[in-house]
Design a protein around this ligand. Structure first.
Ligand SMILES: [Zn+2]
Ligand SMILES: [Zn+2]
Ligand SMILES: [Zn+2]
Length: 251
C-alpha cells in the first residue's frame, strides 16, 4: 500500500506523542485504542491512518515485537470488549482514586473542575425566573424543570459524568486548556477558539477524557442505591413521574 511509505514529520510525531501521553495512556494499558480516535488523530494531522497507527504501535503498544498491521488496528488481543476492563463502580471510591489512570496534569485539572462543580450545590440564590416543573434538582439548589433531559443535564452541572479537555489548547501549551462537561459547550469552544481548520467534531472526539465520575449511589427519596449514573437518573425520574401522575389523577 502506498500509504505505508508516508513518513511522519517530527512535528507530527511529537503531536501524536503528546496526545497519546495526555489522553490515551490509561486506556492503552489494556493495549486497546479506539479506532475512531486514531482516525480523528490522522484527520487532524492530515495524514492517512496507517502511519499514525504504525507509529503508536511501535512507540507505545508493542515496541519489542511489533508486527505491522495489514488490516485492522491489530494488537487488541481480544480484550477490547472485555467488560472487566473498567472496574465496576465503587461507591467509596474518591474521584482521585477512580481516575488514577489519567495523566497527572489531566487529573489535577479534572479534580479542580469537578470540585468547582460540586461547590455550586450550596448556592440557592433564588434568582431563577422560570423555575417550574416536576423535576427538581437533588443537590438542593432550587432548580426545577418540566423536561427530564434538562433535569439530567442540570444534575451533571453539580456532578459531572463526562468531560472534554481541549486537545488543541493543550497542544498549544495553554495554562488552562478548555475543560467542560457538556458536549454542546465544547463544540462551541472548538468552533470559536480554533477556527484555523480544525473540525469541531474531530477535536471533540480527540478531547474526550476517559473520566470516571463519582456520585452518591443512595436515592434521596427511598432506600434504593444505584450502580451507575444512568440507573440513578432513571430511578429518580421514576419518582418524579409517579408524583406527577398522582397529582394529575387528583385533579
Ligand atoms: Zn441544582
Ligand atoms: Zn481549545
Ligand atoms: Zn428512590
Amino acid at each position: 500500500m502506498q500509504t505505508r511509505n508516508i513518513r511522519l514529520s517530527n512535528k507530527q510525531k511529537s503531536f501524536i506523542r503528546q496526545w497519546y501521553e495526555d489522553f490515551a495512556n490509561g486506556q492503552a494499558s489494556s493495549s486497546y485504542l479506539a479506532s475512531e480516535q486514531v482516525n480523528a488523530l490522522a484527520t487532524l494531522l492530515r495524514v492517512p491512518v496507517q502511519p499514525v497507527m504504525d507509529y503508536i504501535n511501535k512507540k507505545y503498544i508493542n515496541p519489542s515485537n511489533y508486527l505491522p498491521a495489514n488490516s485492522d488496528f491489530a494488537p487488541t488481543s481480544g480484550r477490547a470488549h472485555d467488560p472487566k476492563r473498567r472496574p465496576p463502580f465503587q461507591p467509596d471510591y474518591s474521584l482521585t482514586e477512580a481516575n488514577q489512570h489519567l495523566h497527572s496534569t489531566t487529573l489535577s485539572l479534572v479534580e479542580r473542575y469537578v470540585q468547582a462543580c460540586q461547590r455550586r450545590r450550596a448556592q440557592n440564590d433564588g434568582r431563577r425566573s422560570v423555575n417550574d416543573g416536576p423535576f427538581r434538582c437533588t443537590f438542593g439548589c432550587g432548580y426545577r424543570t418540566k423536561r427530564a433531559f434538562d433535569w439530567r443535564r442540570h444534575e451533571e452541572t453539580h456532578e459531572p459524568q463526562e468531560l472534554w479537555l481541549c486537545l488543541v489548547c493543550s497542544q498549544k501549551g495553554e495554562q488552562n486548556p478548555f475543560l467542560v462537561n457538556r458536549k454542546d459547550k465544547f463544540l462551541k469552544h472548538a468552533k470559536d477558539a480554533h477556527k484555523d481548520g480544525w473540525e469541531p467534531e474531530v477535536v471533540l472526539e480527540m478531547s474526550r477524557v476517559d473520566f470516571r465520575g463519582t456520585f452518591d449511589p443512595q436515592c434521596p427519596n427511598c432506600p434504593t442505591t444505584s450502580d451507575t449514573w444512568d440507573d440513578r437518573c432513571r430511578h429518580i425520574l421514576g419518582h418524579y413521574e409517579d408524583e406527577a401522575n398522582d397529582s394529575s389523577r387528583k385533579l
